[in-house]
Structures are given as C-alpha cells and as structure tokens.
Design a protein around this ligand. Sequence first.
Ligand code: HEC
Length: 129
Amino acid sequence: MKKLSIVFISIFAVFVILSSFTPVKESYQQEQTVKIKSVPAEVSAIIEQKCYGCHNSESRNEEARDKLSFDKWDDLNALQKLSKTKDVHQEVIEGKMPPEKFLERFPDRKLTDEEIKTLVDWANKELGK
Ligand code: HEC
C-alpha cells in the first residue's frame, strides 16, 4: 500500500514538473490581431505586435491569459484599467515583458527603446505621473 502511494506521488510529481516546461513557442499566437479602443492607436499597435500573442482571452498560455487579456481591456472599468496600466508600466520599466525565455527564441519580439518610451509615457499619463 505504502509502495503504491509512493508510485502515485512520483507519477504526479513528474506530471507537475513536465507541465511547467510547456514550450513557450506553442503558447504564442503570432497571427492574432487586436484593436484596443481606449488606448492610443500606437499603444494598441505595440501591444498587438509584442504582447497580444500571449495576452488574449483565447491564449493557450493560461498564466498570461489569466493575468491580462488585452481584448478585454475596453470592458474594464476605470479603476481596473488604472490597476492594469500600473502593472503594464511596472513590467515594461523592469524589462520583464515579453519574458526573457520567449525572447531567446523570438528576439524580434523584444520591445525597442522607442516602444518602451511610448508605453511608459502613455502609462505615466494615465497614472497622472
Ligand atoms: C511569451 C508570452 C508573453 C508575452 C509575449 C508577453 N507576456 Fe506578459 N506575461 C506572460 C506570462 C506567462 C505572465 C504571468 C507570469 C508572470 O507574471 O511572469 C505575464 C504577466 C504579465 C503581467 C502581469 C504581471 C503581474 O505580476 O501581475 C503584465 C502586466 C504583462 N504580462 C504585460 C505584458 C506586456 C505589456 C507585454 C508586451 C510588451 C507582454 N506582457 C508580453 C507572458 C507573456
């Protein structure tokens, strides 16, 4: 009995470990397009190109989808928008998004300095900074 439960726990552990290695490539859908009406067009364009492939409500990248789906941005209330804007600001100035692991395989998805500036300027304005 004891042996059996050890076997089960081991199998479970292997599953948990393997599932954390879901290839980033498959979780990014490059062909997706979005038009966020409540942000400036140039901000929406950057998000579409550099973020939306993971952050959309159909995303296979569950973690990214749960944190932020940009196709739902227009439906957020003012307070939720501010809160998400703050998160975006934080991730962008810290250089955390798109994730490093993903950029190793898709270096062309890295935000350019100009794009970072556009996003940060927009967020600062929204946040009244
Ligand atoms: C390869 C997929 C991928 C891309 C591309 C991507 N993200 Fe993410 N993002 C994630 C994942 C996975 C998480 C959740 C885990 C984490 O916080 O690191 C996340 C989390 C976030 C969060 C929430 C952070 C928190 O802690 O609450 C924000 C905000 C965010 N991303 C913004 C962006 C922006 C802005 C871009 C584009 C410049 C972007 N992401 C591009 C995968 C991605």
